[in-house]
Ligand binder design. Sequence first.
Ligand SMILES: *Cc1c(COP(=O)(O)O)cnc(C)c1O
Length: 461
Amino acid sequence: MKYISTRGQAPELSFEEAMLTGLARDGGLYVPSEWPQMSKAEIAALAGLPYEDAAFRIMRPFVGETFTDTEFREIITRAYAGFGHAARCPLVQLEPGHFLLELFHGPTLAFKDVAMQLIGQMFEVSLKRQNRRVTIVGATSGDTGSAAIEAFRGLDAVDVFIMYPDGRVSDVQRRQMTTPSEANVHALAVAGDFDDCQALLKDMFNDFTFRDEVGLAGVNSINWARVLAQVVYFFTSAVALGCPHRPVSFTVPTGNFGDIFAGHVAKRMGLPIDRLVIATNQNDILHRTLQSGAHAKQGVTPSISPSMDIQVSSNFERLIFDLYDREGAAVAQLMDSLKAEGSFTLSQGALSRLTDEFDSGRASEDETSRTISDAHKAYAEVLCPHTAVGVKVAREQTGTSPMITLATAHPAKFPAAVKAATGLHPDLPPRMGDLFERPERITHVANDLGAIETIIRKARA
Ligand SMILES: *Cc1c(COP(=O)(O)O)cnc(C)c1O
């Protein structure tokens, strides 16, 4: 299996190289050169398998020679051992014909753990074999950073530094980053906002001397290995509801388009998915794109579902590549226009392919809050605000297939929004009930590239 860039100008890579590289050198994103197929019989045979066994069968063709079968099985086993539910990603029924896929049983209570835990174990095996050590630096508004720290804590081949905006993440998010005691993890509280953190990260990757000196690597949401890990639960949940003998639909609370793109991959591999529904909050660039074909940036408005407050939906580029028959030059042109003018318009053909496969909807702040409150009153189900955006949009769909809405975070991760809607403070699961007693370890840093690079150089030495 080879990996090619969505812009057609970067060298083809193996799975291992694509995973360790992240962004392609032509500015594009890596995708497999073809979609491996699963037959009806192979899909049916996933029924009843432990999550790990299904994950092995679904992901194996993408990994190629990078890992042996035994190595890959062990990687998957280690990745999900720390999940707080034996089914890893269980499906629960919300109401007739509507199910929630709970993706928040990992160590940081958000779906990003499903991919990040796997990527941590894959990095470790791959780097140790190559006798290499890397420094992972990330910028976070909360969820990605805590998931990365949990995934890499205590591993030998990696140092991890996460920059977060000082005073602007929730207490739970901060403590998840600052309480792990392993020497290879570092939470950097930056005197600035999230945009400052992202700008620092970009500048760091462009400082080639520093980049080579510390072996800088990234694990942000454009990393192909993260998308791959998310393909698995589309299969396992669909099969639990009777796929491949009847089709199902999915509604996905969407920000960077990584999670829902994994649904597109599952469909391309042969899973009979009826509709894929994009659910956005008030930052609704993707919903507007489906309605008009115009993909136009507006400013980000902060919401109670902060992990979806995004206007540059990076992984959308991977879908555009497929919508344009994998023509790298066409993708490059659209992306240049997005950079220069803040927008692009899809061709008629591309737009009709998009709407053949996807639907979309949005939830305002009020609608999100009301959905949390309704679900609590009607079903005693406590939803996180991101999941509530999905539930609201899913309920507007008119199709007849069973609907699965992805529940992307545990309500206790966003207690303020949940309390405002229900009057109840959502408790952390017992296994992390002592989060507020554990000692914190924080390095406060100025919003200054040189100062932060010095800290990283020293801390990893
Ligand atoms: C990251 C995140 C999302 C958005 O997922 P994308 O892959 O960026 O579309 C939704 N909900 C939660 C809780 C998240 O952390």
